[in-house]
Ligand binder design. Sequence first.
Ligand code: HEC
Length: 150
Amino acid sequence: MKRILSLAIIATMVASPVFASGKGDVEAGKKVFKKCVACHTVDGSTKKKSGPSLDNLYGRTAGTLEGFKFSKAMIAAGAEGWVWTPETFEAYLVNPRKAIPKNKMAFAGLKKEEDIINVEAYLLTFSPDFVMGEGDEDDSDDKDEDKKSD
Ligand code: HEC
């Protein structure tokens, strides 16, 4: 579980070291989402499309939305601890096939970091229960470095 999360973080860093998670522009993201609407719905739509609904995406474990037939790869990623947060979303959207090999989303990814953080912001508006920072792996508490060295 830790391994897959670190891979996601590494993937994010390799693609772009400065993702401004949570700082995207919702209106611009709405336009970027036009690239996703062929396969995904949001806003409570029950219309069946080839991809899962992205309502309440953040905080959800990959491959677990009820009623959607995910690939084995996506289900396995979820079982190993892949939860959708802005960070994992970024890692996935940079290069979906590389982030979760053999997942069945037929989409090459978004080339521009800007587009990713904007669509991320747009989708955040459809995840009203998600709190930023929740679900992050926090390894900092065991290394309580005290800067007062004198
Ligand atoms: C050609 C269709 C298609 C397009 C275009 C597409 N997706 Fe997907 N997406 C899918 C499919 C199919 C899956 C399920 C993958 C699996 O089960 O392996 C998926 C899965 C996902 C998931 C995981 C959802 C979950 O519940 O685990 C996210 C997040 C996602 N897509 C985001 C996006 C975004 C954002 C865009 C636009 C920038 C996009 N997708 C464009 C088909 C598409």
